[in-house]
Design a protein around this ligand. Sequence first.
Ligand SMILES: [Zn+2]
Length: 356
Amino acid sequence: MTLAAWNMPAWAQLGERRKRNALPHALLLAGPSGLGKREFAEAFAALQLCERPGDFACGACRSCRLYAVRTQREPAETRPDGSLAHPWGHSNHPDTRFVGFALNEQASPKKMFGDIVVDQIRELSAWLVLAPQYEKAQVAIIDPADKLNVAAANALLKTLEEPGPGRYLVLVTSEPARLSATIRSRCQRIEFRVPKIELAMDWLAAQGVDARAAADALDASDGNPGLALEWLRGGGMTLRAEVAKDLREVNAGIANAFDVAQRWGREQPGLRLSFAAALVRQQSRALMRGGRDVSPAAGPLALTRAVELSKLATWFDFANRTRDLLRGPIRPELAMLDLLRDWAGAASRNVQGGHG
Ligand SMILES: [Zn+2]
């Protein structure tokens, strides 16, 4: 397994500690999705289990070959957004465990748990007490650690207190603030940050993305290369362009807020709102940078400097609140309609001052 270039400094630091026999027993990999936290966690597990470890696991020994054999459970374990809980499956290596969203067998019909529950952590703790079968180490990955429910988090604390020699826990989270302070304090934290644009461009090029598409997608994702790739491959960039067009047309009175709200509510409402909020924030920044002597920075929303930035900021908050609302029992079309009507108001100065 190779890691993205931007994660190599943290990997090298961990390697140094490993050579000094000073590895922490619990790691907390924290940072936005799309930066390679899970790859890092899995590479770490492989390295601890490898029989001929170098800077990375050798990839060829008995342990490495076993570690690489993966299976998905049946039915597939998924996160609330529908993606796989363990993107490359569970490992067949007996000395590693991946803990994440699991199936609630007791529910009727069976369905995925919405959290990581205490039974999963109890089972993990019982397993960690056993001797490793290959006599090297035992490594557990908990992803996403912010989804541990209260009872599960309390159970995990006990394990974090005395993990035993050769036992390693890797917690993965994009929302570290949601973890209790006690859990955070017992882990060595590794921060994942959006890389320099050159590294992100190189990485996207290596995935076969041409430079122009890469630059556009990185612009949309605030420089997050994993997210950029996901949007390029999954149609997200097309959806973003559609959202920008809708906002432009609602603002200009060409499109009807009601029709747009129906469409937004029907299909991928959450992602549309993320794009809408991000577009507004990006355009606000562009307008702020614009200064008085620069011609209006039209951008994808075709706003001009005449629009009040404070109104855009308020709308940005409104869009984010609406996205939270979608998790509740609300009809998405109605929430969208409120928001889009408000948008017509927030951006209205544009209509009057747009051609000035
Ligand atoms: Zn190996």
